[in-house]
Design a binder for this molecule. Structure first.
Ligand SMILES: NC(=O)c1ccc[n+]([C@@H]2O[C@H](COP(=O)([O-])OP(=O)(O)OC[C@H]3O[C@@H](n4cnc5c(N)ncnc54)[C@H](OP(=O)(O)O)[C@@H]3O)[C@@H](O)[C@H]2O)c1
Length: 511
């Protein structure tokens, strides 16, 4: 694999959770796989009082906690952390950027990084503007043509609605060119999400079937088995639609629905996904109740244990209407997908943790072997499992041995784990490497983020303005509100249930 040019990665928010749990462990994995540049440094910034030594020690501990035992060798960890530096600084203090630049210039000449920088904004979004202004203040925002490059990674959330996403794009564009901006969506860094492209465009078998003629409907589920835990305060201001649907799940829709790009490179791929987002049929505000089901988990008992309802979680108001579950039915109005409904759901406190996309193929035009059993109605399914147990499962019908022609649905199942000696990189690892290589294919472009918000905005507005829209309570440990089944107006159409409901009691109710 290619190694990037020498560079320095500057992390704003290096004393935070993301740096500790994902960024530094991911970078360590790149280091031990010999994929970091020869001349490389990580420069961390935060208000917490640390120096190079204490930052290195805290990152040593993070690596030991978050990197798998089999990938840890103490000598690698020690050699890696020698490349770490830290500056205590308030991001809002413009003068501090001059000190930052002075130190970075020193490190750049020691490591021979030639003025190449990746700036990672791992801070609350309100600081994204001040960081880009600070970088412009010390003249570190622009590429120097033919000499050095500067790239900016933007963490989620990218805006709170269409208006704030537009404002954020405008703010970033004041000091950085679009080609320098890498908006991270860690879903796109997942192997199985990328594999959708290979699966579709490297096999001649499926692509001819990948359209309205053969596909009845497309279903995407992203289920979490846990609740909001201690993040109730943060989550209540966001909810399932913003947290999961607008970004991660619509990106998955983009991969499933896009046309084949002419080449596999950033512009060509992203030109195709934006076409999908621009083809999403808008859901008018006054029809949101018909196409979108909003749910919130209520108390229940799972495996003998009492589970709190969302409104009883720490930091959540007693009368909160925030969605912990959302199911959306929509259409992609283009030649390939005309008339094919997409059903997407995501929720917390569901029976299991799973993310999967299911392509439901149409039934045969004639039932030669009699009326299919209930199980067979949904027989030809292609299930792309994104997490956990990543893989691809195909369901099709076979004859049951013996007399007569009894038909059964069987599985053909591929698990990524079967490729046992192949290392599967974590999403952040892959995305950080891509950015250092200047490959933005798996990052979201500004126009695509805005297009996704454009689709989601009327739903948010209706939830805000229309008091008649119901919030359905579902007992924690179930597959969400029963009303979500009513989105299907296809005979025998339903969600896939990878496992049974787990709630032993609890009530489905309107909140
Ligand atoms: N954690 C995750 O798993 C995760 C997952 C997806 C996305 N994200 C996104 O990643 C970003 C960071 O998340 P996080 O969980 O790491 O948050 P966090 O633990 O709260 O860390 C925030 C970081 O920002 C720094 N910071 C805040 N105000 C500052 C200021 N005025 N000057 C300098 N530094 C300042 C903090 O430093 P001090 O505390 O030292 O001031 C800290 O290092 C957020 O945008 C979040 O939405 C996080």
């Amino acid at each position: 694999m290619e190694r990037p040019e020498n560079c320095i990665l500057v992390i704003f928010g290096a004393s935070g959770d993301l740096t500790r749990r994902k960024l530094v462990p991911g970078l360590f994995n790149l280091y031990r796989r010999n994929l970091l540049p020869e001349g490389f440094a990580i420069y961390g910034l935060g208000r917490t009082e640390l120096d190079d030594t204490s930052f290195r020690e805290s990152m040593r501990e993070a690596i030991h906690t978050f990197v798998k035992e089999e990938n840890l060798a103490e000598k690698d960890v020690s050699a890696f952390i020698d490349n770490l530096y830290y500056q205590t600084m308030n991001i809002r203090d413009l003068d501090a950027y001059i000190e930052m630049k002075r130190r970075l210039d020193d490190i750049s000449s020691q490591k021979n990084t030639g003025g190449n920088y990746v700036f990672y904004m791992s801070t609350p979004p309100r600081l994204f503007g001040p960081i880009t202004e600070g970088l412009a203040h010390c003249k570190m925002n622009e590429d120097i043509a033919g000499e050095s490059w500067r790239r900016l990674i933007v963490e989620k959330p990218f805006g709170y609605d269409l208006e704030t996403a537009r404002e954020l794009n405008e703010t970033l564009h004041k000091n950085f060119q679009e080609e320098q901006i890498y908006r991270i969506d860690h879903y796109l860094g997942k192997e199985t999400v990328q594999n959708m492209l290979v699966f579709r465009f490297a096999n001649g078998l499926f692509e001819p079937l990948w359209n309205r003629n053969y596909i009845e409907y497309v279903e995407i589920t992203s289920a979490e088995s846990i609740g909001v835990g201690s993040r109730g305060g943060y989550y209540d201001g966001s909810g399932a639609l913003r947290d999961m649907f607008q970004n991660h799940l619509l990106q998955v829709v983009g991969m499933i629905a896009m046309e084949p790009p002419a080449k596999f490179e950033a512009t060509a791929v992203r030109n195709e996904t934006i076409k999908v987002f621009n083809s999403l049929r808008p859901i008018p505000e006054n029809e949101v109740g018909k196409y979108v089901i909003k749910g919130q988990y209520t108390e229940s008992k799972v495996r003998g244990e009492a589970v709190k309802g969302y409104r009883d979680e720490e930091g959540v108001p007693d009368d909160s209407k925030t969605a912990t579950y959302v199911a959306v039915k929509f259409f992609v109005d283009n030649w390939r997908w005309g008339g094919v409904p997409f059903f997407v759901r995501t929720g917390k406190c569901l029976p299991t943790r799973v993310t999967e996309a299911v392509i439901h193929f149409k039934q045969t035009p004639h039932q030669l072997f009699g009326k299919p059993s209930e199980e067979c109605y949904q027989c030809n399914q292609l299930i792309i499992r994104i997490q956990p147990d990543e893989g691809i499962l195909m369901k099709f019908n076979m004859k049951l041995p013996g007399s007569g022609f009894e038909v059964r649905t069987v599985n053909m199942d591929f698990h990524y784990s079967d490729l046992s000696n192949v290392y599967v990189p974590q999403a952040y690892e892959r995305l950080l490497l891509d950015c250092m290589l200047g490959d933005a294919t798996l990052y979201a472009r500004g126009d695509a983020v805005e297009a996704c918000w454009e689709f989601v905005d009327p739903i948010l507005k209706a939830w805000e303005n229309d008091g008649d829209i119901k919030v359905y309570g579902y007992p924690a440990g179930t597959w969400g509100p029963t009303a979500a089944r009513e989105l299907f107006d296809i005979p025998e159409g339903d969600w896939r249930y990878p496992c049974k409901n787990l709630a032993e009691d609890g009530e489905y109710c309107e909140l």
